[in-house]
Ligand binder design. Structure first.
Ligand code: SF4
Ligand code: SF4
Length: 436
């Protein structure tokens, strides 16, 4: 089968939110969708949008394996509620954010003020004071550093601790859209049969005529990428810009991305392997299991079988030409977001290759010289364990391997572009010809 897919290179995202704004102008600039961002960009580490969506125990009680099948966990909310067919627990508007508008009439005439907001609004949640998400990416405004500390007498008093913490501070941006999963839980939980996955390209859509507003999809999507339109009473979600895809155009978010970091393409996969892959017992095997579902679009056997199954010639060409398959399966530098959710997501990420801290202090080329690549990968500014929690269910090795390949590629290209003798060890590590 064929599936449209996207790979985003996180090293290139500058957090400008252009993708979010152009998507919003195209798809959710309507009554009832004011709080909705089909595309959002989260600052990491952070709570995300909606707030704490990754806290699966809170939202749906999690999943468990029973006789090789993935089912809602016993005693979990999703199981109880699907039995009585009531509405599962849902994020509240404050978990997204309260949309606001501006007093445009006075926007330019109002006098300058001295007050700058420095803290998000707080509320008591589960008895604890918690920051309410005051915008789709409030976490972006919470960063700080030594200069910030120096201006604050309270922080100055505890400066040693704070400085040490800031010294190790790290952040990066994580743009997110619906994953158009191979095993979409939003489709599985919809009681009306309104959520569906298109056979021809794998895009997951909501049939607006069939939707009855149960919102099981909102609860059932672990990525929280289905939204409820309060005006129409129907669920809505990212459409992967299907009218544009059908016309051979890229999605709006891809076309307008300032960092040019979104790669679109077609992946060929074996549908028979998907169920088995989604049910592998150990979460840490899910990344490899999903990779095993994908087929090589240059393999003549695969092409013959795909043609026989009716996949159009254009799509096979797209599968061969797009960099998506190569980034995911050939070079293995792109990784899935939260594979442990077991929905087989189809938007993958090249993890950020942050500087190697030790090497930087020694004045290296961003720590990417040959000696550093293989020895110092565990002293990256962004902890490998944090990236592994996001992309490989906590398994550090595939992330380290992807970063090593990325670093090696950069080092190889630097040698090449500077006209220097390429290091054969580096070239070999990324499968490149040192003379190329
Ligand atoms: Fe469905 Fe959520 Fe997967 Fe999108 S990310 S296909 S809404 S389960
Ligand atoms: Fe990142 Fe591109 Fe979106 Fe800007 S437009 S936030 S660079 S993904």
């Amino acid at each position: 089968m064929a599936q449209v897919a996207m790979v985003m290179n996180l090293d290139k995202c500058i957090g400008c939110h252009t993708c979010s704004v152009t998507c919003k102008q195209t798809w959710t600039n309507r009554q009832g969708t004011e709080y909705v961002w089909f595309n959002n960009v989260e600052t990491r580490p952070g709570q995300g949008y909606p707030r704490r969506y990754e806290d699966q125990e809170t939202w749906r009680g999690g999943w468990e394996l029973r006789r090789g099948k993935l089912v809602p966990r016993s005693g979990g909310r999703l199981r109880r509620l699907s039995r009585i067919f009531a509405n599962p627990e849902l994020p509240e508007l404050s978990d997204y954010y309260e949309p606001w508008t501006y007093d445009y009439a006075n926007l330019t005439d109002a006098p300058l003020g001295d007050d700058v907001p420095t803290a998000p609004p707080h509320s008591l949640i589960d008895g604890r004071p918690m920051a309410i998400s005051a915008g789709p990416n409030w976490d972006d405004d919470l960063g700080g550093g030594p200069e910030h500390t120096a201006k604050d007498p309270l922080l100055e008093r505890i400066s040693e601790t704070v400085r040490l913490e800031y010294q190790d501070a790290f952040m990066f941006y994580l743009p997110r859209i619906c994953e158009h999963c191979l095993n979409p839980s939003c489709v599985a939980v919809c009681p009306s049969g309104a959520m569906y996955k298109r056979v021809e390209d794998g895009i997951v859509l909501v049939d607006q005529d069939r939707c009855r507003g149960w919102r099981m999809c909102v609860s059932g999507c672990p990525y929280k990428k289905v939204y409820f339109n309060h005006s129409s009473g129907k669920a809505e979600k990212c459409t992967f810009c299907y009218p544009r895809i059908e016309a051979g155009e890229p999605t709006v978010c891809s076309e307008t991305c300032v960092g040019r970091l979104r790669y679109l393409g077609v992946i060929l996969y074996d549908a028979d392997r998907v169920d088995r892959a989604a049910a592998v017992p150990d979460e840490k095997d899910l990344y490899e299991a999903q990779l095993e579902c994908f087929l090589d679009p240059r393999d003549p056997e695969v092409i013959r079988a795909a043609e026989a199954s009716g996949i159009p010639h254009d799509w096979l060409t797209a599968a061969r030409r797009s960099p998506v398959h190569a980034l995911i399966s050939q070079y293995r530098v792109a990784l899935p977001l939260h594979p442990e959710y077991r929905t087989m997501p189809m938007v993958w990420y090249v993890p950020p290759l942050s500087p190697i801290v030790d090497a930087l202090s020694k004045g290296g080329h961003d720590g990417e010289d040959a000696g550093n690549l293989f020895g110092a990968i565990d002293t990256l500014r962004i902890p490998l364990s944090y990236l592994a929690e996001l992309f490989t269910a906590g398994d550090v090795e595939p992330v380290a391997a992807a970063l090593r390949r990325l670093g090696a590629m950069r080092a190889h290209m630097r040698h090449h572009n500077l006209g220097e003798e390429p290091d054969p060890d580096i070239a070999a590590s990324v499968g490149m010809d040192p003379t190329a």
